[in-house]
Design a protein around this ligand. Structure first.
Ligand SMILES: CC(C)(COP(=O)(O)OP(=O)(O)OC[C@H]1O[C@@H](n2cnc3c(N)ncnc32)[C@H](O)[C@@H]1OP(=O)(O)O)[C@@H](O)C(=O)NCCC(=O)NCCS
Length: 175
């Protein structure tokens, strides 16, 4: 269920803490995401050891490349509301920049969205993305997300203001 054409999604292990820590501190990976002050590798290892177990309400999954079995990124789904059948796709990152443009994020998005609709029975997914994050907007659009709203100039990065887009995907629209 959690395997696509190029990636497999799986729970994060304590041993994943080192690559996750590197990606958190890569300014290019974090460019369009909310940053946090630096933390030490030791602090991130501790976080990895105490990570809460995944639930349908809140999950973070590692993205593993099927070609060589390496962890290349992560995706998070949360704020699930079963009454209304919706959840938020909270983040996706391919932390290993050498893999950008390889179709890994698009495949990971298809896998997590299919899981949300078919396994969890949800009806729609929502996400927020900076409008100028062209690669992310393209990947979301490719799997079927459409723009549903725009918060103007609400994201500040490197001294400039950018719009935030709200995008949504209905279960019948996944491509
Ligand atoms: C956004 C991100 C996840 C995309 O991952 P990826 O594996 O490189 O994406 P894909 O290879 O599946 O490519 C998606 C599409 O975007 C296109 N694309 C890639 N970089 C692009 C860019 N700079 N400008 C425009 N389109 C771009 C690709 O060509 C592809 O479209 P195509 O198939 O029509 O050619 C990755 O760039 C990343 O991790 N960025 C940092 C974290 C981030 O910003 N996450 C999103 C937070 S909301």
């Amino acid at each position: 269920m959690l395997t696509g054409r190029r990636v497999r999604l799986r729970a994060l292990e304590p041993a994943d803490s080192e690559p996750l820590w590197r990606w958190y501190h890569d300014p290019e990976v974090g460019r369009w995401m909310d940053g946090t002050p630096p933390i030490s590798l030791a602090q991130n290892i501790e976080k990895g050891q105490n990570r809460p177990r995944n639930t349908f309400e809140q999950m973070v999954l590692g993205i593993e490349a099927l070609d060589d079995g390496k962890l290349i990124g992560y995706v998070a789904l949360g704020d699930t509301d079963f009454r209304h059948g919706e959840a938020e796709l909270q983040s996706i990152a391919i932390g290993d920049r050498d893999r950008w443009g390889g179709g890994y994020a698009t495949d990971a998005l298809r896998v997590i969205c299919r899981y949300a609709f078919e396994e969890m029975g949800l009806h729609r997914l929502t996400l927020w993305v900076v409008a100028d994050n062209a690669a992310a907007v393209r990947a979301y659009t490719k799997v079927g997300f459409v723009e549903e709203g725009r918060k103007r100039e609400s994201f500040r990065a490197r001294g400039k203001r950018h719009d935030f887009l709200m995008m949504g995907l209905l279960s019948s629209e996944l491509r």
